[in-house]
Design a protein around this ligand. Sequence first.
Ligand SMILES: Cc1cc2nc3c(=O)[nH]c(=O)nc-3n(C[C@H](O)[C@H](O)[C@H](O)COP(=O)(O)OP(=O)(O)OC[C@H]3O[C@@H](n4cnc5c(N)ncnc54)[C@H](O)[C@@H]3O)c2cc1C
Length: 414
Amino acid sequence: MKVIIAGGGIGGLTAALYLHKHGVSCQVFEKVPEILQLGVGITMLPHAIRAMNELGLMERLDELGVRTDRMIFRTRGGQEVWNAPRGLAAGYDVPQITAHRADIHQVLLDAVTERLPAGALTLDAAFEAVEDTGEGVHVTLRRGDGTTFTAEGDVLIGADGIHSAVRRLLNPDEGAPRWSGLMLWRGALDWPKVLDGHTIINSGGIGRKFIFYPIGPGKTPGTQLMNWACVVRQAEPGAPAPGREDWNREAQAEVLHPILADFDVPETDIRAMVDATPVFWDFPMCDRDPLKTWTRGRVTLLGDAAHPMYPFGANGSAQAILDARALGRLCGAGGDPAAILQAYEAERLGPVNEVVAGNRTGGPERVIDEVEARIAHMPGQRFSDLETILPFKERDAIVNGYSRLAGFATEQVR
Ligand SMILES: Cc1cc2nc3c(=O)[nH]c(=O)nc-3n(C[C@H](O)[C@H](O)[C@H](O)COP(=O)(O)OP(=O)(O)OC[C@H]3O[C@@H](n4cnc5c(N)ncnc54)[C@H](O)[C@@H]3O)c2cc1C
């Protein structure tokens, strides 16, 4: 069996590594002519790290990134809503790691280059069309200079991201991604270590949020590469997005100043953090309505192409990695190619669509929204006894209920 993968992002490359591990030949075609160091921080939750461990890549990620030992959720006014251990400290067998997207991507790229035969990854090759003959797929790819070439395989996997051309071909009437009405700003910079240097601090509910966590060592002693993200509601869900969802659109600090003044973060000066960030980006936070099927004949989707989701709950890359893991295992077991894709979809589509839906209401961070809604009428929007506002049992149901939904509760990962 030979698998053609359109898209060499985190999902496409992980799929290539899993297919190779299971003895299945594959070829990845990536649109960009050169892999650039793009993006900022990504949280790799224990289910994603377990997969990286299976692929023999956990140690490299561990060297590059930072282990998360604790996660703190607070109201915008600085009152603690949830404070819990993560990763090894929470009893998992593997750590939770935060790292720069470019580092994660590079680890995968290096492994593909080392393990797969030469020519397994072709850059400057944008997927354009596929013909499913019933016996195989003929795939047309276009180079940046306008010329085209073809590739032959048994199946095609569209791992080509939120603007997937493969998905568009399968769903021509779908249109653009759906804007949540939320704008996301994100950046990273060298910054003095906060607390023990292994903590994620997340303040504010879905409509106004600031989150920061370290993703690597800093350049000077006492510093870390600190990732931050700010989310603000600008419109109702489904409103037309202010521009295309481009991961690389630069933003200006002035826009954020009045927003940052709303937050009380005792550990550090978040306005100074944003002002010191040399360059950062905005991104209209989008997803797509879940599909009823990803598969037609010998063509299917994986990762953001199949299920783009809001980043609440940090599951975008993790779910792409789980797709890749399932696909590799099922292809490795052999059988009729179209039936394998159906089995892959049957295993993954239902659970992932639930994560997409869960993220629309804020994922685990919804616990902050619940508290903020219940104290909105109180003086200074502050509570004196959290238990009377939202008892532990209900907070636990939101946060750990999400972990179970997304497949990374401790008992699911062991
Ligand atoms: C440049 C970039 C920066 C990002 N930054 C962040 C970030 O800071 N934080 C965050 O949480 N998430 C970020 N993401 C998204 C995150 O990587 C994904 O949500 C997650 O890893 C799922 O990965 P994926 O492989 O499904 O999609 P992606 O990582 O989006 O990868 C899709 C790949 O397909 C390629 N492609 C697109 N069209 C075609 C085509 N027609 N033919 C062939 N290849 C094609 C793209 O160039 C890309 O390499 C970023 C994605 C990109 C592409």
